[in-house]
Design a protein around this ligand. Structure first.
Ligand code: 5AD
Ligand code: SF4
Length: 442
């Protein structure tokens, strides 16, 4: 077969969306005969799938690109491709090729399905290709996906975002909301179940507005109820939910449908209504807390996680303390905490009262301390309990334990039978830590 013995290496930064795009790039390359390698030095093709949600993510790309110059020198046939969200920013692709002229292919988030074509073209023509589409086209179905796990899979149900939170670059680089047809989603999941997958996580920047653009429209809760009927599927999760759009029918669906896991990722971003307004989030602190109350009432033991930004322009010590007090009140199971990062082209970038770096870092450290306490407290409640765990594989700890997750999303490490990978088993929790649980198979 053509390209047999040729290897590709993909490095992915950023969110699950990027991970899934990389799985598609990998699937397309495998279809053309290439194999995957984890070692950059051995690769014939190197792809960097970039993220631009915070400045840190971009800096990593620059550092890594610089290091490729040497590899290209020793192997002039090496193909280097750069893609993803960072490339969708105005002028970025040109700046990259100017600074790193050895890059062969640059493409964006809307045309990654064209990658095999660009690859052939650059090989034939021997010159660099830059192709960025500015607008999203319809959804491309049927691309091969080379998934990392054999047990759980991510399935994108909608692309893009219409929310324009004032700090966020995502709507500019991922385009407007587009929902996949429910039939395509169902067919993909049925195919995965046939391959032995047990758990699906539905992905979208704002899954709760799923289906509003379809004709006829279909609500997210109705999609969830349809998926709950798929035979052989054991668990369904989803992310991300915007608090302004998470409606009661979705909460009801979780409490009523056996496959829908008791876990919700509900980014709050800030505990201050004043800052939430400046962020363009369309809910107040009170709205959010009421929503959490409703969720906890209807879904006992629910695993709640969130995203929080500190140091948004204009955030005072009082605003920040409101975030701390909200964290204590909600008692999250997991939280992704971020230092506000200026993103060119977003409204917040031009706001007055940018917060000095030292103040941001101080607040960040205090926030981490507060969220860690709530993780510990919640995890302690699991001690002595028996929980259902989907065994995903070997643990990342240095011993030979296995790992899996509870329905509520808790990571459990335990000694057990390797033949149980891919199965649902009962585990007794014997110890809790801040970020994981330790258990024993029963
Ligand atoms: N600075 C810091 N954090 C950000 N996020 C998005 N944009 C920024 C930014 N400019 C965070 C939000 C979002 C998560 C995916 O990334 O918390 O929910
Ligand atoms: Fe960004 Fe807000 Fe859209 Fe999330 S909802 S992707 S934070 S604009």
């Amino acid at each position: 077969m053509e390209n047999e013995n040729k290897l590709f290496y993909i490095e992915t930064w950023g969110c699950q969306m990027n991970e899934e795009d990389s799985e598609k790039l990998s699937g397309m390359l495998r279809n053309s005969g290439y194999s995957n390698t984890e070692e950059r030095e051995k690769a014939d093709i190197i792809i960097f799938n970039t993220c631009c949600v915070r400045e840190n993510a971009e800096l990593k790309v620059y550092g890594n690109l610089g290091a490729l110059k040497k590899l290209k020198k020793t192997n002039p046939d090496l193909i280097i491709a750069v893609c993803g969200c960072m490339m969708q920013q105005e002028g970025m692709a040109q700046a990259i090729i100017k600074k790193y002229p050895f890059v062969d292919i640059i493409f964006g988030t809307h045309n990654s399905h064209k990658f095999p074509e660009y690859l052939n073209r650059t090989k034939q023509e021997g010159k660099s290709i830059i192709e960025i589409w500015n607008k999203e086209e319809g959804i491309v179905e049927g691309l091969p996906i080379d998934r990392k796990s054999d047990v759980k899979a991510f399935v994108t149900i909608m692309y893009g975002c219409n929310n324009f939170c004032t700090y966020c670059i995502v709507p500019y680089v991922r385009g407007r909301e587009r929902s996949r047809n429910p039939e395509d989603i169902e067919a993909e999941i049925q195919g995965l179940v046939k391959l032995g997958y047990k758990e699906i996580t539905l992905l979208g920047q704002n899954v709760n507005s799923y289906g509003k653009d379809l004709v006829p429209a279909l609500s997210f809760s109705n999609l969830l109820r349809r998926l709950n009927n798929i035979d052989g599927l054991e668990r369904v999760r989803f992310m991300t939910s915007h608090p302004k759009d998470l409606t009661e029918d979705v909460i009801d669906a979780i409490s009523e449908c056996d496959k829908l896991c008791e876990q919700i990722h509900l980014p709050v971003q800030s505990g201050s209504s004043r800052i939430l307004k400046k962020m363009n989030r369309f809910y107040t602190r009170e709205d959010y807390l009421n929503l959490v109350k409703k969720i906890k009432e209807k879904i006992p033991g629910v695993g709640l996680s969130t995203d929080i930004i500190v140091g948004f322009p204009g955030e005072t010590e009082e605003d920040f303390e409101e975030t701390l007090s909200l964290v204590k009140e909600v008692e999250y199971d997991t939280a992704f905490t971020f230092i506000y990062s200026n993103r060119q082209g977003t409204p917040a970038d031009k706001m007055d009262e940018q917060i000095p770096e030292d103040v941001k870092h101080n607040r960040f450290n205090r926030l981490i301390e507060a969220v860690n306490k709530t993780f510990e407290k919640n995890n302690k409640e699991y001690e002595g309990k028996v929980v259902e765990v989907l065994v995903e594989g070997e643990s990342k700890t240095s011993d030979d334990r296995l790992m899996g997750r509870t329905r509520t999303g808790k990571l459990v490490n335990f000694y057990g039978d390797k033949s149980n990978v891919g199965k649902l088993i009962n585990v007794r929790i014997v110890k809790s830590n801040s970020f994981s649980l330790t258990g024993e198979e029963i």
